[in-house]
Design a protein around this ligand. Sequence first.
Ligand code: SF4
Length: 459
Amino acid sequence: MISALDLFRIGLGPSSSHTVGPMRIAARFLQTLEDGGQFESIARVLVELQGSLALTGEGHGTPDACLMGLIGFQPETADPAEAHEAAAAVRASHRIALLGRREIAFDPATDLLLDFDHIPDLHPNGMVLTAFDAEGGEIARHEYFSTGGGFFSSRHQLEQPAPDDQVVHGPPVAWPFGSGAQLLEVCAESGLDIAGVMLANEAARRPEEETLAGLDMIADAMNQCIDSGLEREGLLPGALKVRRRARSIHQNLLSRPQDNQAETLMDWLNLYAMAVNEENASGGRVVTAPTNGAAGIVPSLLRQYCSEGRKAMPAKARRYLLTAAGIGLLYKQRASISGAEMGCQGEVGVACSMAAAGLAAVWGGTPEQVCAAAEIGMEHNLGLTCDPVGGLVQIPCIERNAIASVKAVNAAKLALHAGETPRVSLDQVIETMRQTGLDMSSKYKETSQGGLAINVVAC
Ligand code: SF4
């Protein structure tokens, strides 16, 4: 079972798979060598980015994320400005302080390579790190895969999982479930709702008060991200020269209130989602939910329905986040939340499904209605492609989060109004997403080789 606190991970934009994952991988590689007593022998590090990490890496900030990880920054704690400055200093000086203390030469032109021709067999987001000693001898060469949402695996772990491998097996939990049907069964058996089941399962990892504090911190980080996005203006990074819009929309909403409540609701949902995704696109601090590209949807509904002003209401926010996480981990376990594997249905589609479920729970829905909301949230995102223009997480990503936020509310409404057992189950729609993702051409899976990416000029 994946922890809710792993699914919602505080990190830096613009991409969980292409920024957060590579940063964690680079730091883990060096930490592994340090644990093995080889760190002091390192004279050169070579980073090779493969598949989607190469094809859209520049636009997604992957090379700089690798530098940050080698320096020892962790996505959860890094100050965005400080981390970006440190990466720029490496590019200027051609020197890098590994884990912040062992300085060696590092020329990004020769030591950080984008291997466009190599699509790894196990996962399209491949990353190979090699360390050499002063004589040029190879100390270690490890192959990793950034699997979406900031999670990663190594080839060794996937092919030969150790019996006590926590990532593969996880600690035993009170109410294990591996499908939507099993989730409903454990709810019926335990008498708990989905949030209650998730909270009971989190107890296998840490005391309950720590889990609740972690959830509150995530809710705060989501609201802070919205606030930052509402304050900033100007152009987003990259050749597209996309202008931030959240601040001006916010000012318009405040100065010209509308009479029509339904339209006003859409405006606010759009605004909150866009504020987060503009922060994400600028490399700011966001919460993966379940990815960075789709990071605006869960916070948008959190702000609108589980917050008072800028502050989350703990009981509502915890129920919302735990329920959304319970649905999100089903997608992670049964399919994938990686745009490089599933297209955007695996990112924005999953986020819409999670948010719809969380809102249905906050509105008092039964576990069956919550799963129906999750199903509807995905059903109408099936087939959604990933074709970011210029490889940047901006077009279509920012507006797509706004549209999906409104859709998530609608999905929750439809589920709560439905009077009968839905014809399509949550498990069926997750499996359909998985199969659709496998059938989808790689042109539409975070490679920027098709769709909007080739029909819109990027400069
Ligand atoms: S199109 Fe969707 S999956 Fe692709 S980068 Fe944008 S948000 Fe992520």
